[in-house]
Design a protein around this ligand. Structure first.
Ligand code: ATP
Ligand code: MG
Length: 577
C-alpha cells in the first residue's frame, strides 16, 4: 500500500475534547472521527486495526467451537418486555419513536442479544442431543449511555462480540461449567494475542451468585472501573465484588452511657460528625432499603458505603432499592436523616465493621436527635452481619493481604446466566428422559472497539501509538526519505513489494515530504517496524530498520531487509502476563 494512495489524515493538534491517550491518539493518527456524541467513523487506518482485532476474536471463537451467525440490531419490543428488560435497562435501551400503531414504537435497538438468541434456540433446539451449542456474532450494539466518554472506550454505538451457549445441565460433560471454561480460556487467548496486559476478576453477577461471572480488565488510568488486587497477588476482583477481611476488634469493654443529643437539622454524616466533633468512623450509618416491599436496614460505619449487590446477596433478595421517605418515616417515627438501629422493628443487617464499634454515634429515630455512646450488643442486638460494604484503601483481602486499587477498563465479560432468559421466554428442550426443561445458558461479551482503544491505552508514548504487531494496521512502513531521488524511491518500492510478497501488511511512505515529518508520522501511527531508505545509507549499501517499541535500530544490506523485518516482528514481544 502506498501512503499517497491510502488515507491517513494525521494531525499535530491535540484535540481539546480528548482527555485520555487512546482518544487523543486515535484522532491524531487519523483512526477515527466523531460523528455525534458516542458514535464514530472508523477511518481506513482505524478500520484496518479494528478488523485485526475482529479476526483474532473470530479465530479463537471458532477454535473454541462457537458458531458464527448475525442478528439484527432491530428487535421486537415485545421480547424485551417478556424478559422484563425494558424496565431493567431503562434509558440504555434505545427505542424507535412512532405513533401507537406504528411499527417503530414496537421496535428497539438491541444493546445485547439474549432475547433474540433465546428465541432462536426455542425455535430450533428441541432435543438434548443438539446441545451444547454456542452461537456468536460480531455485531453493532446500541446503548443509550448517559455519558459517552473517552473516544471509543464508551460509545452509544459499538462493535461487540457476543456469544451465547445453551446446555441441558450445569455440571458434567457438555454442561454450562464446561462451556464457560472454554470461553474463559478463549478470552485469555484473545487478549494475549492482542498483546493486552489483562487481569481476570470475579465480577458481580446479581441474583445468580457464586462464581458465575468474570470480567477481563486492562489496568489503565483511562478506565472507569476499579480493579482490586491483594498485595500478594493472590486475590483480584472488581470493586463492586471485592471481599473484605473483618477489621480488628479494638473494643476495650469500657463503654460510655447512651445519651440523646439535640442535632437540629444535622442529618448527613458530615453534618453530624462536624457538629458533634467526632470522626465519621465513630458513626453508624443507618440506610433503609426496601426489598420485596419490606424494609431492610443496612448498618455501616460512617466512613463506609453500603454495597447494594453484597447486601442483596447476603439478604437473599433479588435486588434492594432505597426505601421511599414514607416507609422511612413510618419505620423510624422520624424525619429522614435520623434513623438508627436502637429499637427499630425491621430486618437489620450490619456490616462486619459495625460489630466491633463502640461508643458510636447514630440516629435516635427522633427528628433532630442523635444518640452517642452506642454499643452494639448492649444497646441493640445484631442478629445478622457480614460483608456488605465497598472496599476502601486500607482494607485487606480475606487472606489478610492489603488491597490495592487500580483504575481499569472492562474489555470482556463472561457470565453464567442459568435459566433466566429461557424461563422468561419459555425456551425448553427435551432432556434424556424426554422431559421438557429450560435451557441453561451462558453469555460472553467482548467490546471489540473498546479492546482496540485499550491496546492503545496500554501501548503508547509521548510520540504516539506503539502497536503490537498482531493488531497493527500495518506491521511495517517503508520510509522513502527523498522520493525525488530515483535510487531511493526504487529501492523503497522494491523493499515494499518484497515485504508484501512475504505476507506482511506494509505501507510505503512515498509522500514528497521532509524526513522529519515522515519520522514523526511513523511514530504517531506507531508501525511496529520501519524500514528507512535514504541516500546516505544506500551509498553504504544499507537500509535502517527501527523498532518502535524498543527504539532499537540496525543497519542491514537491502538484501537482508525482509528477513530482518520478519525476525524483528517475531521478536517483538508485546504480550500480556
Ligand atoms: P460497562 O460496565 O463498561 O458499561 P457492561 O458491563 O455494561 O460495560 P457488557 O454488557 O458486559 O458491558 O458488554 C460486554 C462488553 O461490551 C464489555 O465488556 C465492554 O467491553 C463492551 N462495552 C459495553 N458497553 C460499551 C460501550 N458503551 N462502549 C464500548 N464498549 C462497551
Ligand atoms: Mg460487563
Amino acid at each position: 500500500m502506498r501512503w499517497t494512495e491510502f488515507f491517513i489524515p494525521t494531525s499535530k493538534e491535540v484535540p481539546a475534547e480528548a482527555t485520555v491517550p487512546s482518544h487523543q491518539l486515535m484522532l491524531r493518527a487519523g483512526l477515527i472521527r466523531q460523528v455525534v456524541a458516542g458514535a464514530y467513523t472508523f477511518l481506513p487506518l482505524g478500520y484496518r486495526a479494528l478488523r485485526k482485532v475482529e479476526a483474532i476474536v473470530r479465530e479463537e471463537m471458532n477454535r473454541a467451537g462457537a458458531i458464527e451467525l448475525h442478528m439484527p440490531a432491530m428487535n421486537p419490543l415485545e421480547w424485551w418486555q417478556q424478559t422484563g428488560r425494558v424496565e431493567a435497562m431503562g434509558e440504555v435501551l434505545l427505542r424507535l419513536a412512532g405513533g401507537s400503531d406504528d411499527w417503530r414504537s414496537k421496535t428497539v435497538l438491541a444493546p445485547t442479544h439474549e432475547e433474540v438468541i433465546t428465541e432462536t434456540a426455542r425455535a430450533y433446539l428441541n432435543s438434548y442431543k443438539q446441545l451444547p451449542v454456542n452461537f456468536y456474532q460480531i455485531q453493532t450494539k446500541f446503548r443509550g449511555e448517559a455519558r459517552p466518554k473517552s473516544g471509543v472506550l464508551r460509545t452509544r454505538e459499538f462493535l461487540m462480540k457476543d456469544a451465547y451457549s445453551f446446555h441441558m445441565t450445569k455440571e458434567g460433560p457438555g454442561g454450562l461449567d464446561e462451556g464457560y471454561q472454554k470461553m474463559y480460556d478463549a478470552y485469555c487467548a484473545i487478549f494475549s494475542r492482542c498483546g493486552l496486559p489483562y487481569v481476570v476478576v470475579e465480577a458481580e453477577s446479581g441474583p445468580i451468585g457464586g462464581d458465575a461471572s468474570h470480567e477481563f480488565m486492562v489496568p489503565t488510568d483511562a478506565g472507569e472501573d476499579y480493579l482490586v488486587q491483594s498485595e500478594d497477588g493472590k486475590y483480584a476482583a472488581n470493586l463492586e465484588r471485592a471481599a473484605i477481611a473483618p477489621l480488628p476488634d479494638a473494643r476495650d469493654g469500657k463503654n460510655e452511657p447512651l445519651r440523646d443529643v439535640h442535632t437540629p437539622g444535622f442529618k448527613t454524616i458530615e453534618e453530624v460528625s462536624g457538629f458533634l466533633k467526632c470522626t465519621p468512623q465513630k458513626m453508624i450509618k443507618t440506610i433503609i432499603y426496601q426489598a420485596g416491599g419490606e424494609p431492610l436496614v443496612a448498618l455501616v460505619r460512617g466512613d463506609h458505603e453500603v454495597n447494594e449487590a453484597k447486601l442483596a446477596r447476603l439478604a437473599g433478595t433479588g435486588r434492594v432499592t432505597p426505601a421511599d421517605p414514607e416507609m422511612i418515616r413510618k419505620l423510624t417515627g422520624a424525619e429522614v436523616g435520623f434513623a438508627g438501629p436502637i429499637g427499630l422493628h425491621a430486618r437489620v443487617i450490619a456490616d462486619q465493621a459495625v460489630t466491633v464499634m463502640h461508643d458510636a454515634v447514630t440516629g435516635a429515630n427522633k427528628t433532630d436527635y442523635h444518640v452517642t455512646g452506642v454499643n452494639p450488643g448492649r444497646d441493640f442486638i445484631i442478629k445478622e452481619s457480614g460483608d456488605i460494604r465497598t472496599a476502601v484503601a486500607g482494607d485487606r483481602a480475606p487472606n489478610g493481604s492489603l488491597l490495592v486499587f487500580k483504575k481499569c477498563i472492562e474489555v470482556g465479560h463472561v457470565f453464567k446466566l442459568g435459566t433466566k432468559y429461557s424461563v422468561a421466554m419459555d425456551a425448553k428442550c427435551l432432556d434424556h428422559e424426554g422431559k421438557p426443561r429450560p435451557f441453561i445458558m451462558g453469555c460472553y461479551g467482548i467490546g471489540v472497539t473498546r479492546t482496540l482503544a485499550a491496546v492503545i491505552e496500554a501501548f503508547h508514548d509521548e510520540k504516539g501509538i506503539i502497536w503490537p504487531p498482531s493488531v497493527a494496521p500495518f506491521q511495517a512502513a517503508v520510509l522513502a526519505l527523498d522520493i525525488r531521488d530515483q535510487a531511493v524511491l526504487a529501492m523503497a518500492e522494491k523493499l515494499h513489494n518484497e515485504l508484501a510478497a512475504a505476507g506482511l501488511d506494509v505501507i510505503l511512505d512515498d509522500r514528497d515530504a521532509r524526513p522529519g515529518f515522515k519520522f514523526n508520522d511513523a511514530d504517531l501511527v506507531g508501525f511496529p517496524v520501519r524500514v528507512v531508505v535514504g541516500k546516505k545509507g544506500l551509498a553504504e549499501d544499507v537500509v535502517e530498520l527501527q523498532v518502535r517499541i524498543t527504539g532499537e535500530s540496525r543497519k542491514v544490506p537491502p538484501d537482508l531487509a525482509v528477513a530482518s523485518v520478519r525476525e524483528l516482528l517475531h521478536a517483538t514481544k508485546q504480550e500480556g502476563p
